[in-house]
Design a protein around this ligand. Structure first.
Ligand SMILES: Nc1ncnc2c1ncn2[C@@H]1O[C@H](COP(=O)(O)OP(=O)(O)OP(=O)(O)O)[C@@H](O)[C@H]1O
Length: 260
């Protein structure tokens, strides 16, 4: 499924936070949005997953206007793993993941064997299968984040929005989460802070600064040393790992030449 956002403007408290933002995510592409704190990444994503109404602009899922769909219809097509999921849920892990099935059911419809199969499969994929009976509120931040991803996977959508998905995760689970998402047949739009992870996993990146897109392209083309210095005010060098051939960024102290 293609996701297209055209000329999105968002104003909060009379302040223009997102300015004429246009973004295309091709079918099954993994698209990253990077940019400094406060540049408007979450605000933009909230308009895509319909927590905020844009002042102007449109979001298309394939050729359908997502902003005109019922919430149930858009939830059948688009799932979200948002930044702050610290709800004090008085629910078990299994019950939280089962919530992902809600858009596919009628009110008060009971859970079917197929729903339980999907929930178990989603929990296994994030390696949380043995936590099914635990209370969600009793989990660590990283475990909660993996359960919220399982809930999104149980929603069985073709599009996934991730807002800083690796928040709270240690490096092993950061890599696992991104690899899992990348391996699924889904169109993904993800706000990512770690530029090296964006280099590794994104097919395409959009660079945001002060509410606007200031660059876009394949990560190795768009995340140039000059662009990173301009947007983040930090010095960086592009490197290539001699063994794996992976491109990576090494950040430099502001006025010294050695690599940290
Ligand atoms: N309800 C609101 N009213 C006024 N300003 C807001 C509101 N919500 C967010 N903002 C401001 O909008 C700007 C963009 O915030 P947003 O959370 O979208 O940035 P971000 O790029 O996701 O940041 P981060 O990388 O720190 O998560 C910030 O300056 C923030 O303070």
């Amino acid at each position: 499924m293609k996701l297209t956002c055209e000329n999105i403007n968002v104003t909060l408290d009379d302040k223009e936070i997102v300015k004429s933002l246009t973004l295309h995510a091709a079918d099954n592409a993994f698209v990253g949005i990077v940019g400094p704190n406060g540049c408007g990444k979450s605000t933009f994503l909230k308009t895509v997953y319909r927590v905020l109404k844009p002042k102007a602009g449109t979001v298309f899922l394939d050729d359908a206007n997502a902003l005109k769909m019922s919430y149930r219809q858009s939830a059948q097509k688009l799932a979200v793993v948002a930044q702050h999921n610290h709800q004090d849920f008085d629910f078990t892990v299994g019950e939280v993941v089962m919530m992902g099935r809600a858009p596919h059911k009628r009110a008060l419809e009971r859970d079917h064997a197929e729903d339980f199969r999907i929930v178990n499969d989603a929990l296994d994929r994030v390696q949380m299968g043995t936590f099914k009976e635990r209370l969600f509120a009793s989990l660590s931040g990283g475990e909660q984040q993996r359960v919220i991803l399982a809930r999104a996977l149980a929603q069985k959508t073709q599009c996934l929005i991730l807002d800083e998905p690796t928040n709270h995760l240690d490096i092993k689970y950061q890599l696992q989460m991104l690899e899992l998402v990348k391996s699924m047949k889904m169109t993904v739009v993800a706000a990512i802070h770690d530029l090296n992870l964006a280099m590794m996993y994104c097919d395409y990146v959009y660079i945001m600064d002060a509410g606007r897109i200031v660059g876009h392209g394949k990560p190795e083309d768009a995340l140039t040393e000059a662009m990173i210095e301009k947007v983040y005010g930090v010095r960086v060098k592009h490197m290539t790992d001699p063994e794996s051939g992976c491109r990576m960024l090494a950040f430099l102290p502001s006025n010294k030449t050695h690599i940290i």
